[in-house]
Write a protein of this length. Sequence first.
Length: 142
Amino acid sequence: MRLKKATDYAFVILAHLGTIPDGKSTSSKEVAKECKIPERFLANIVHSLSKSGIIESRKGMKGGISLVKNSSEITLRNVVEAIEGNIGFVDCQKSKGICHIENVCSVKRFWDVQNEKILAPLNNTTLEDFMSYTNSTVRKKS
């Protein structure tokens, strides 16, 4: 599996947001500057992360972006799927009803099991774990 550049940037953004004190937010402009991500690209990533419930994005004078949950509650799979969409080896794992033999397929169960085995590390690794490998100081949400 190869991740999109947007997914890579999403992890950079989230690691940065994970250092913001609880109850505080920061502007997209500030995140773009600190993380060296083009603002337009960052806006698209922020939109996807917000739509997935990983971050909160507020407009206006008291607006900004911040994590919705504690970094220990956000899995790497949550982040990857927020940007990439559902993960699967074959089309029927990504979207139901896309394959005309899905209901009678003799290999679907095999691919489902393999997919879960490969995704286990993404399911079992949190943003907090990820941040322990970066230079970020993990902030705990109360």
